[in-house]
Ligand binder design. Structure first.
Ligand SMILES: C[S@@+](CC[C@H](N)C(=O)[O-])C[C@H]1O[C@@H](n2cnc3c(N)ncnc32)[C@H](O)[C@@H]1O
Length: 297
């Protein structure tokens, strides 16, 4: 199976409030969420879906209400304008990589397989994991490991990598993992997961594009339109949470003349929605999912 959609019912229940409306699925993947949105729309409704990965295009849905756009969702606003769409009723984003991307060993996302250091969601882009690991300077690498992987020994890791790559280029996931094989077995899997997460975030500029998409989603939403975001790690969730609360990512939110914080969205639930035990048992990818929904004020 290409991908088993996470929090499917909950997310689409939150998203679709107008069966004649215009909706956006920023992360088409295997099309599970898109398919469910289409079921809820009348023949007057429209769904525009984005995916930057060419593989996802193979899953396209044959439905006159549906348009699939092979583009990064950081170009949400302009891409929709190209289709004559200025305002929409709801935007969904189910972030990260699909199971298909993860399971395709050759793409280098998984810590389990030996593969070229790649990790690009869009195989047409030039920056890949090999460039990050072999060409970034020590300080840049340390920052990536510290901020994106939340690895405390970031400086030492960066130093080790720079030392080894002078002797021999680090070309594959196995070359990279081998550098840290001295770690105790009970620590090594978590460490690799954090290391790979950090590199993947950098290769795909995941936090930057998320910020750009959130701001544009706000711009394209009609008043009362809904933004639903499912994220899979705390760095993403933190950005989504702050944006839905204050319409910004950092700093002090503005206050009105009464001293109240200016709000961009009303939250459907103050706490993030997480999958229940049954869903996690059936789909391990659901384990770290957090969903937040805002209604544009
Ligand atoms: C978790 S999967 C989505 C799965 C989908 N909801 C389903 O039901 O099959 C994320 C998908 O979004 C795509 N994606 C991630 N970031 C993207 C971005 N910045 N722009 C466009 N597509 C992106 C990935 O290529 C991947 O196919």
């Amino acid at each position: 199976m290409y991908h088993n959609p996470v929090l499917l019912k909950q997310s689409v229940d939150d998203l679709v409030t107008n069966q004649d409306g215009i909706y956006v699925d920023c992360t088409f993947g295997g099309g599970g969420h898109s398919q469910e949105i289409l079921y809820r729309l009348s023949e007057n409704g429209k769904l525009y879906a984005f995916d930057q990965d060419l593989d996802a295009l193979k899953n396209t849905i044959d439905d006159p209400k549906f348009t699939l756009i092979n583009q990064n969702f950081r170009f949400l606003e302009n891409s929709l304008l190209m289709y004559g769409v200025a305002k929409v009723d709801g935007v969904l984003a189910d972030l990260g990589v699909s199971s298909h991307q993860f399971d395709e060993a050759v793409r280098g996302f998984s810590t389990r397989n030996n593969a070229p250091l790649d990790m690009r969601m869009n195989v047409m882009q030039s920056l890949d994991a090999k460039k990050v690991i072999n060409e970034y300077d020590e300080e840049a690498l340390a920052d990536i490991f510290y901020y994106y992987g939340e690895l405390r020994e970031a400086r030492k890791l960066a130093r080790d990598i720079v030392h080894h790559r002078k002797i021999k280029a680090i070309n594959t996931t196995e070359d990279l993992k081998k550098l840290f094989s001295f770690l105790p077995p009970h620590k090594v899997n978590k460490f690799y997961a954090q290391l790979f997460q950090a590199i993947r975030i950098e290769v795909n500029q995941e936090l930057e594009v998320l910020k750009e998409m959130l701001v544009q989603a706000y711009n394209v939403l009609k008043p009362s339109g809904r933004l639903v975001v499912i994220s899979y790690h705390s760095l993403e969730d933190r950005l989504v949470k702050r944006f839905l609360k204050n319409g910004m990512f950092e700093g002090e939110p503005q206050r009105d003349i009464y001293g109240n914080y200016a709000k961009a969205f009303e939250l459907v639930k103050s706490k993030a929605i997480i999958p229940d035990d049954k869903e996690i048992e059936e789909n391990s990818r659901a384990r770290s999912a957090k969903m937040r929904t805002g209604i544009k004020l």
